[in-house]
Design a protein around this ligand. Sequence first.
Ligand SMILES: CC(C)(COP(=O)(O)OP(=O)(O)OC[C@H]1O[C@@H](n2cnc3c(N)ncnc32)[C@H](O)[C@@H]1OP(=O)(O)O)[C@@H](O)C(=O)NCCC(=O)NCCS
Length: 196
Amino acid sequence: MIAETPRLIIRNWRDDDLDLFHQINSDERVMEFFPFRLNRIEAGEKMQAQCRIIEDTGFGFFAVERKSDCQPIGFAGLAQANVYPCLPQNAVEIGWRLAHEYWGNGYASEAARALLATGFDERGLKEIVSFAVSDNARSTAVMKRLGMLPDPERDFDHPRVPDTHPQLKRHVLYSMSADDWKKQKDNAISPGTSGS
Ligand SMILES: CC(C)(COP(=O)(O)OP(=O)(O)OC[C@H]1O[C@@H](n2cnc3c(N)ncnc32)[C@H](O)[C@@H]1OP(=O)(O)O)[C@@H](O)C(=O)NCCC(=O)NCCS
């Protein structure tokens, strides 16, 4: 297990997650802002590739499981951004993708907060970024809920979005520094709750 929250477990992939992984990556609603869809074979290959990346680097997108019924609901992770030269090679992004039926419950934000804690408090990252197609309001809403800030000077055209999908190229970038994370944690400890 990578992290645990009140309602969720963030863990490594298991073979029996393939149904969910395929469902997510082939659902038009979930994939609205991506230029690809995966069939079951491609989904299996991608899930294996994700496992290898996690094994090799410790970074990547992990399965998110709901504790109440042990149901995998999607994925979230800290990953090497892999959009050089738009971002430096060592940039770390936070990202999320949930099956459609689990949207609207706060699960993505809950998983992401735990990942920010892992990134800053355990791995000592100086900055975590997130980026999304500019029209992807649900994803940028997660970034805002987390307290990440827009950084329009670093918005970019995604280098791996093909010219056949010009509307998916422009990405907005949000970021959080380790200092901002610390301030957010300090502010969460409200005055007057010390018990005195
Ligand atoms: C992006 C994505 C993960 C966001 O999921 P989400 O469920 O909207 O996000 P959150 O987990 O932050 O949930 C927030 C919603 O849950 C609601 N909610 C319900 N119960 C809640 C609770 N207990 N705690 C917090 N929020 C709760 C909030 O009010 C909010 O509702 P709203 O959307 O009506 O404003 C999802 O839309 C998705 O998978 N999209 C497709 C993939 C994608 O585009 N990924 C990003 C690529 S950059």
